[in-house]
Design a binder for this molecule. Structure first.
Ligand SMILES: CC(C)(COP(=O)(O)OP(=O)(O)OC[C@H]1O[C@@H](n2cnc3c(N)ncnc32)[C@H](O)[C@@H]1OP(=O)(O)O)[C@@H](O)C(=O)NCCC(=O)NCCS
Length: 195
């Protein structure tokens, strides 16, 4: 039995598909994630993990099967408040992003956002576009705040988030292990929609 007392869960995440022009002139499609992306995700997530030191997995750690990833996506899409997006070009996923509220009424007024762009298309505007879309989604949902967690050495991402209105709200000291073996702080950055 699930938390809805056995009722099948309904997808809450919005469905959309819009063209987006990269800075180099190529066009991709920004669309919501679907369970069928699981097959590509089990390839793309480890790739993005290998390409930077800024995601929560360490290289080689992501080991989900397609079915496990499919279930993860399905759960995300059915959270009480959820948003997802992928940037797709010629069947390849260039970036993925998501935001969701926790499944508890005490926490329903906020959501956490996450994002990764494939290194080959860094600097093409996708990170900015997807973050802007998530911020707009939070506003449309009537959220009180949208927050994210970013590693303290991820200056490029911090600059992007600051430029879109996110501000440091908290800092978790020595929270994660860097690739070089040292511990880093996780910075919680938020947008308060009421300010
Ligand atoms: C951080 C990340 C999401 C940015 O995405 P992106 O698509 O490269 O970002 P954009 O092209 O939209 O650029 C956003 C900003 O980044 C900065 N930026 C872009 N290219 C840059 C470069 N070559 N060097 C330094 N900063 C750069 C600029 O401030 C830019 O602002 P602008 O739009 O005014 O030019 C992406 O680099 C990434 O996925 N990194 C690895 C995973 C990660 O860090 N995820 C976020 C975890 S919190």
């Amino acid at each position: 039995m699930n938390e809805n007392g056995g009722q099948p869960q309904q997808q809450t995440a919005p469905v959309f598909s819009i063209p987006c022009r990269l800075k180099d002139g190529r066009t991709c499609i920004l669309r919501n994630m679907s369970e069928d992306d699981a097959e590509v995700f089990v390839r793309i997530i480890p790739q993005t993990v290998e390409e930077s030191d800024f995601l929560s997995y360490l290289p080689g750690e992501f080991a989900k099967t397609v079915e496990q990833e499919r279930e993860f996506i399905r759960d995300h899409l059915c959270k009480p408040r959820a948003w997802t997006a992928v940037a797709e070009m010629d069947g390849n996923i260039l970036a993925y992003a998501g935001a969701a509220s926790l499944d508890r009424k005490r926490y329903a007024h906020h959501a956490e956002f996450g994002l990764a762009v494939v290194k080959a298309v860094w600097g093409q505007g996708l990170g900015r576009k997807l973050t802007e879309m998530a911020v707009q989604w939070g506003r449309d949902e009537g959220l009180h705040k949208l927050y994210l967690r970013v590693f303290d050495h991820n200056t490029r991402a911090i600059r992007l988030y600051e430029s879109l209105g996110f501000r440091e709200e908290a800092r978790l000291k020595d929270d994660f292990l860097r690739g070089d073996g040292t511990y880093g702080d996780t910075i919680v950055m938020s947008i308060f929609y009421t300010e």
